[in-house]
Design a protein around this ligand. Sequence first.
Ligand code: 13P
Length: 308
Amino acid sequence: MNDIIKEIQELKKQKKATILAHYYQEGEIQEIADFNGDSLALARAATKVETPIIVFCGVHFMAETAKILNPSKKVLLPDLQAGCSLADSCPADKLARYQEMLRINDRKFQTVTYINSTAAVKSLSDWVVTSGNAENIVKKVPAEMEILFVPDRHLGQYLEEVTGRKMILWDGACMVHEIFSLGDLLAMKKKLPSSMVLAHPECPANIRAYSEFVGGTEAMLNKIATFKTPTDFIVATEPNMMWQMENRFPQHRYHPVPGITCACNKCPHMGRNTLENLRDCLINETPEIVWDPCFDRAKEVLTRSLLN
Ligand code: 13P
């Protein structure tokens, strides 16, 4: 076994740590993790961790969510700079001003916030959704209320389509999902006529329109599980997802959709976590997510939205 993997496994035992990893992490990190999942499953898994330390291999908002939902644990993130373009697109002060403007104009609304956001933004929200529960939560918003959906306009637009609810959409987008090349996707479909395109709902409408299935990362795995005969899947999401697909369903073939500007479309934030900084964070027990006063209100919203 590789030395660093052995070292991480020993440190994990010695420090009594649990490693949670998102499906967008490199395969070598997913392989060493105690639990891999989508945003919803990871948030729920974080509440069940009994060890004193959680190392979150994902991006900042995910580790923050784990801390909020299991505050007595020390939650570590190998690189605090592992951010999210969606979270960056919606600063809390800007959202608060926008909500104030709507209230002044007598608009009755609830704020439905994608989990890819800061805790401060969650604390200004009525609901927090993930790709896994968004449809159900949107259906809970009383019909007489408008919905302000932040920060992902593509996911918001997708939810408008599937729920029939009109929304006020914040102008944010995921830097990975926004740049898939439709031209390349169509060329791939032509080359593989019996293939099936799987797209994350963070993709723009032009990509979703040519996809046979739209769903979050867990939903994609569940969909693939229904295919018994070897199939070609064209995958429009972060390419590390294909490690998990190949690992679970090796009988199929997976083809990533390239981006317009970059052939690989990897998330640079997710890529900040490496085996080296994972090991170092176990040794030093830092960087740590520290409690912020806004976490109290964010906890209420997260608990109501994800754990009930
Ligand atoms: P999932 O919850 O579908 O895994 O999505 C996570 C994410 O951040 C997509 O960009």
